[in-house]
Design a protein around this ligand. Sequence first.
Ligand code: ZN
Length: 78
Amino acid sequence: MTRSVIRYAEHRIVRDPECTPSTVASCLYEGCGWAAVPGPDVAEVDRQCMKHTGLHAGHGRFLRGFEDIALVHRVDAP
Ligand SMILES: [Zn+2]
């Protein structure tokens, strides 16, 4: 009979305080290739998307993403 020991260790995940999160968006209209200027402010990226749609009828779908750096730390039991 084979035995194995599985240990449970609690972890937590936090944003790296030294990084600035970045929001990105790009137009999904075929052949367009437009992308918003990335930045930490989601509302500003949304405004860029709405402006793009206003200038180009039919360009109303965008791929949006949010990127940051996360750090995982093991939480030691007290
Ligand atoms: Zn477009």
